[in-house]
Design a protein around this ligand. Sequence first.
Ligand code: PAF
Length: 279
Amino acid sequence: MTVTETISETSAFAREARQNGRTIGFVPTMGALHEGHLTLVRRARKENDLVVVSIFVNPIQFNNPDDLKKYPRTLEKDLEMLKGAGCDLAFCPSVEEMYPDNHRKSYDFGDLARVMEGEFRPGHFDGVATVVQRLFEITHPHRAYFGEKDYQQLQIIRALVRNEHIDTEIVPCPISREDDGLARSSRNERLTPAMRKAAPYIHMVLEEARSLAANHTAPQIVNFVKAKFSDHPHLKLEYFTIAGGNTLQAVEGRISPGDYGFIAVFAGEIRLIDNIRLI
Ligand code: PAF
């Protein structure tokens, strides 16, 4: 496995691969890798000739400086895991390499970016889209793999690719879960033992919401979920929204096929998100 830190080495690798008619599968990450990331890497391995993974904690997508400071960084271990999963090139740039001009682009994703994560994390999706577009320019992948845990991010990236005419296929990958149902996330590492024990409750409540979807309206299910968190000792609900899987706009009445429940919860200072397809 080749490890690069510069844009020039990485884009030269991608250019040469394309000149030789080889396909590139790309998995962008912020490191602190877990089994969920490895699932994406293995899938990219199966579907492409070469696999490129980026490890870059992107400062401009964090709206909370403390979250950025405390984001887990485990580069040595990450590189070992990537080697084992069949990655060909790991691109691990510095902030200066990625942003010599400290530049954050501003995008118009319309209503997609105004709700949920867009509402609670101002500027977050401009930061994500800026880095993903830059990473796509550098690695020029045929396919790029994104987990459905960050479902809204996935829809934003699809819009980015459409709006900017980027010739990369976006491949969505199902949420990877621990045995107790907790969605895998790099942030899980920062949970205290008590919070880690409490956190699978989030998925459990989403499953209960799904079981109600066929014969309850969206507002009834939203109230049900709110009540489930109202006096929880460890978990604080930030939002639970039922929205269309494509539009991400809130559903007001009956649930239709393709609607999802989206949730954000604080376990202490750690913010966790998850989602479930309801019908
Ligand atoms: O999902 C993530 O880990 C990040 O948002 C991404 C796509 C790597 C961009 O920094």
